[in-house]
Design a protein around this ligand. Structure first.
Ligand code: ZN
Length: 567
């Protein structure tokens, strides 16, 4: 009896406590909330959390969509996708496509931990919290942890030591291949990839598409409408926001992922611009399919004492973007659908005026020659990295988890500065007419595998056939000094030829959703192309004929689908 009364009293206290919690947390705390933001959530925590959400919420369905590469000492870990929709869809075919679909990817950079914690919180609030009503207007896809080993070791790279956010052209990382598999299955209208940058006055920074091959209306709508509303929503919460800005040494490409040396950067003036035009990041690589694609960068000191705070910033940024997209659901849907259809129509015929831009440059805006921004003033005293929690032997690796962070600066002074070297625009510098398709000789099967991992449809010649093609003869060439960079100079001359395609050679038609991506990957003069990755050995010598041929005239092609085995 006494025992029963005691239990009843305890339950009574617990229910009072539960009533005191916000509705969402009551539903299910995220792993970080459960641990009081004192540790980073790992793959197993994510799996437990997703299992519970999946079991409790009819709107949530979780799938294992990929696995990290099985490496000695690093057994393969699962990569998850949570599909959140009003009708409880699991596959793309079950989604209500009268609503736009938003895909959120987090943790490509493993040491940017708040991205994943915020993604899980947002997912929970869509599934069981106060964002649930938005499911009437949106479908939500969340990949909270695309780089489980990066998160585990709190490092930028993945299990094969790759920077995943420079891998979206050559797709070596399983995590990146998984993102593209999910993207191509669902073809979401909106995507956002979540990251952390250094500490900054602007707590939330969001970048939109910037490659000139992506229709300019997508950048314009993103910047003016969606980011405008995000900024207003964050201002109400006193969270400083700015469109994502990047500092770069002038006259050198620091964004492609090349292992530049300090001497390459020394003595160069700095400029500011928006996020890179490159196609090998998680934003433009999905944007090139005419997607409203974003990157969010939360300000971060990468330490535990600020984990709750930085997760909060990230959460409110993502939430504001989702709310803005939901508020413009019909426009988002019509715009993206229309642009994707237009692209397919244009790519189905050959015209000199249908061009794809292969090289582009950041440019000043004569109407806005400078940019005024706020930033924290540099502190007088150099900050320490933190204090070790326990002694280490000489030579032991020190990870951020081993450190007690230094106390935060009291209240950093804020300075207003004027950026003189402000390059907000992007101008095409080299463009070619998009061919109907490309012939890829059988010996370049590795290139074909790369295309397949990006979801590109590839055909195969079933018998020999002489074709009228355009081929490039290579003139002067100055190879790049680094992997990941296009040749410093490459001159080509186009010639109309009759060449045999052999049984077993490949054909890639441009009349598919990757219509803009395909020429950017296969043209010799593209600064975004496969030519810049040493693994493909595509860099020609002067006088060579470029590996791939352009088809610009409609011809009878004896082809069939190659490895067309997707679900
Ligand atoms: Zn990052």
């Amino acid at each position: 009896m006494i025992r029963r009364t005691f239990i009843a009293a305890v339950l009574g206290v617990l229910s009072v406590l539960a009533i005191g919690l916000p509705a969402a947390a009551q539903a299910l705390p995220t792993p970080a909330e459960e641990k009081g933001y004192l540790r980073y959530s790992q793959n197993e925590d994510v799996a437990r959390f997703l299992s519970e959400l999946d079991a409790r919420c009819r709107e949530v369905n979780v799938r294992i969509v990929g696995r990290t590469k099985d490496m000695p000492g690093f057994p393969a870990k699962d990569i998850f996708l949570a599909v959140v929709s009003e009708n409880g869809a699991l596959r793309a075919r079950d989604l209500d496509r009268a609503k736009p679909t938003i895909l959120l990817t987090a943790a490509q950079h493993g040491n940017e931990q708040s991205a994943k914690e915020a993604a899980l919180r947002l997912l929970r609030d869509f599934a069981a919290g106060e964002l649930k009503p938005l499911l009437k207007r949106l479908n939500v896809l969340v990949m909270p942890q695309t780089n489980p080993y990066g998160n585990q070791f709190d490092v930028r790279v993945n299990e094969i030591d790759l920077d995943m956010n420079r891998d979206h052209v050559k797709v070596e990382a399983e995590g990146v291949a998984t993102i593209h598999r999910v993207f191509r299955e669902f073809m979401p209208e909106v995507t956002i990839d979540v990251h952390e940058k250094g500490d900054d006055y602007y707590r939330v920074n969001i970048g939109c598409v910037s490659n000139a091959d992506i229709h300019p209306s997508l950048q314009d709508f993103s910047r003016r409408i969606l980011l405008g509303e995000v900024e207003a929503a964050l201002n109400k919460r006193k969270i400083p926001f700015h469109e994502y800005l990047v500092s770069e040494e002038m006259g050198i490409n620091t964004s492609a992922g090349a292992a530049l040396r300090p001497e390459d950067l020394a003595g160069r003036e700095q400029m500011k611009r928006y996020s890179t035009t490159d196609l090998n990041d998680g934003r433009n690589s999905l944007g090139i399919f005419e997607t409203l694609s974003f990157i969010q960068e939360g300000a971060s000191r990468h330490d535990f004492p600020t984990l709750r705070e930085r997760t909060d910033y990230q959460y409110w940024g993502l939430r504001a973007l989702c709310e803005a997209a939901a508020g413009h659901a019909a426009e988002v849907l019509a715009m993206v659908k229309g642009l994707r259809q237009d692209l397919m129509t244009k790519a189905g015929v050959y015209a000199e005026s249908n061009v794809v831009h292969l090289r582009m440059a950041y440019a000043r805006d004569p109407k806005n020659p400078t940019l005024t921004i706020k930033q924290f003033e540099a502190e007088a005293q150099p900050r320490t990295l933190g204090t070790l929690k326990a002694d280490k032997k000489a030579g032991d690796a020190v990870r951020s988890a081993d450190l007690i962070a230094p106390p935060p600066a009291k209240s950093p002074k804020i300075a207003t500065i004027e950026v003189k070297n402000w390059f907000p625009n992007v101008e095409p510098r080299l463009s070619v007419a998009r061919p109907l398709g490309y012939v890829i000789p059988a010996r370049h099967a590795d290139v074909v595998e790369n295309l397949l991992r990006l979801g590109v449809t590839v055909m195969m010649f079933t018998r020999d056939r002489v074709l009228e093609v355009e081929a490039y003869t290579v003139g002067e060439i100055v190879p790049a000094r680094y992997d990941y960079l296009a040749p410093e100079r490459i001159e080509v001359a186009k010639a109309a030829l009759r060449l045999p395609a052999r049984r077993g050679d490949y054909y890639v038609s441009c009349a598919q959703p990757a219509a803009n991506l395909i020429p950017c990957l296969l043209e010799p003069q593209s600064e975004f192309g496969l030519i810049r990755y040493g693994t493909y050995k595509l860099v020609p010598a002067a006088g060579d004929v470029w590996a791939f041929y352009r088809l610009t005239k409609v011809q009878d092609l004896p082809v069939m689908p190659y490895k067309d085995w997707r679900e």
